[in-house]
Design a binder for this molecule. Structure first.
Ligand code: ADP
Ligand code: MG
Length: 497
């Protein structure tokens, strides 16, 4: 090789080396920046125990305010008109219709009193997205149509007594101003529903009209919220149930309150001295909540800005979307995915909470599932292990914050009930929180974190007697049970005897 050629070669090698070094510098700078964004977010999402105690105290204070007067608090503390929960003596065939945020279920149960087990059948449908933002007429027609088809499949295991109408418990998981056990008006939509003409409407009236349109002769015996249904279903199975929490598309809680502790209740005092309260805790907010820029922008761009702040920190509809927003900032400011931002990452709600949970639960050494999700959801084909690890960490931070805040909310309810400590010299009553919802059921790391945090807040001695219990489809079965408790035929039989 001649001298010139050798020199050219050296220059080329040097230049190539320089490119590699530059790339490495760029890449390490990139990771450092991404790491900084992650740490900042971790810091802001932190929910240390002391902070959770403040959140719980704020929850208890808001509960008092909401019970004192309508409009007195961010917590509506809605009176459910349920003053008697099912006892187990109920008999007969009852239907339930459970309209949640993502799915709706139709259920029938044949109850035979304490001596016999419940016979139960159900079917689940997903709600077509266009019906969530269309007209109330269309939505109710769709629901009534599905119910009518389900009723048509009733076999001889189920029987309605001759001359009696089939009765239905309607679980409607949105804030309703209840007027009686079987009537109420919609206060507002949540969880991505937005049907203008339904707000202020008589929900049972709308459903009844739709049932008539499809030729279904059925009577709504009880209009309830999913939390109230879960409470009824939970207590039917376990008398120690004192409260119910939903962690699904949205979040909410209900509990059994003593009537004398509800100053705003003007009605007759029930014999039981108790009333189920639907807290609508999704709308809770407090200066103690660890809010970040991601939460602020999510809220501002949502269908209901300024509302449901507690819900937007922890429920299934939003957790994945928070993760997307963090990744978006990392992509923009730290070129986390390389020089280009993956186009799919721009699409709101593209990362669903089940995707997030799958990545978070990935136990493989090379985080295979994370790699697959990145490919399938964001069309990112060449993710490094380092990148995958950081994504799992983001999922962990977002899920842990939500789960810890949910635990703080439960702790607040227990405080309101005076069940958060062991009283001196007394044997502590057992308290069970019935929990329903796809998030709690399927997102194991979320559920474990919630349970751990609740124990942490209660302390070892008290924690022994306070547990959460998954109440799978408690809200649907509970609605059928409540239809039985509040059956018109019971009232007729009761008054004639
Ligand atoms: P709804 O809240 O509509 O009544 P569900 O209780 O079935 O319905 O909850 C559905 C929600 O639960 C989904 O929107 C999703 O956010 C969450 N979810 C379902 N499956 C999972 C999963 N595997 N991991 C995490 N979240 C899940
Ligand atoms: Mg539900």
């Amino acid at each position: 090789m001649g001298k010139v050629a050798a020199a050219v070669c050296t220059v080329a090698v040097c230049a190539a080396a320089l490119v590699v070094v530059r790339r490495q510098m760029k890449s390490s700078g990139r990771w450092a920046k991404a790491e900084a964004i992650l740490r900042e977010m971790e810091d802001k999402c932190g929910a240390p125990t002391e902070n959770l105690r403040q959140v719980a105290d704020a929850m208890t204070a808001e509960m008092h305010a909401g019970l004192a007067s309508d409009g007195g608090s961010k917590l509506k503390m809605l009176i459910s008109f349920i003053d008697n929960l099912p006892t187990g003596d109920e008999k007969g065939l009852f239907y339930a219709l459970d309209l949640g945020g993502t799915n709706f279920r139709v259920i029938r149960v044949q109850l035979g009193g304490k001596e016999s087990t419940i016979r139960r059948e159900s079917e689940e449908f997903s709600i077509p997205p266009h019906l969530m933002v269309g007209s109330s007429h269309e939505l109710f027609d769709f629901i009534a149509g599905a119910l009518a088809k389900f009723v048509a499949t009733e076999n001889e295991d189920f029987h309605v007594l001759p001359g009696k109408l089939r009765e239905l418990g309607f679980t409607f998981s949105f804030p309703v101003r209840q007027l009686s056990i079987a009537s109420g008006t919609l206060i507002k939509w949540t969880k991505g529903f937005h049907i203008e003409d339904a707000v202020g409407e008589d929900v049972v009236g709308e459903l009844t009209k739709a049932m008539q349109r499809v030729g279904l002769d059925m009577r709504v015996a009880a209009l309830i919220n999913d939390t109230v249904g879960t409470l009824a279903g939970g207590k039917y199975n376990n008398p120690d149930v004192v409260a119910a929490v939903i962690l699904g598309t949205g979040t909410n809680a209900a509990y059994i309150e003593r009537t004398h502790a509800i100053p705003k209740w003007q009605g007759p005092l029930p014999k039981s001295g108790e009333m189920v309260i639907n807290m609508e805790w999704g709308n809770f907010r407090s200066s103690h909540l660890p809010l970040t820029e991601y939460d602020q922008s999510l809220d501002a761009e949502s269908l209901n800005p300024g509302e449901q702040i507690f819900e937007k920190l922890m429920s299934g509809m939003y957790l994945g979307e928070i993760v997307r927003r963090v990744l978006m900032r990392m992509a923009e400011e730290a070129s986390f995915f390389g020089d280009n931002i993956p186009p799919k990452l721009h699409i709101p709600f593209i990362i669903r909470t089940p995707d997030m949970a799958a990545m978070h639960h990935d136990n493989s050494s090379d985080l295979k599932v994370v790699g697959c999700k990145l490919k399938d959801v964001l069309e990112v084909h060449n993710s490094s292990l380092k990148m995958r690890k950081m994504i799992v960490e983001i999922c962990d931070i977002v899920a842990s914050r939500g789960a810890r805040l949910a635990a703080a909310g439960i702790f607040g309810i227990l405080k309101k009930l005076g069940r958060n400590t062991v009283k001196d010299g007394e044997k502590q009553q057992r308290s069970v929180i019935a929990v329903d919802g796809g998030l709690f059921e399927h997102y194991t790391k979320f559920r474990n974190c919630l349970n751990r945090t609740l124990q942490e807040l209660l302390g070892e001695d008290t924690a022994e007697n306070i547990v959460t219990e998954l109440s799978n489809d408690g809200s649907g079965t509970g609605a059928a049970l409540l239809a039985a408790s509040y059956s018109q035929y019971l009232q007729i039989e009761g008054s004639s005897s």
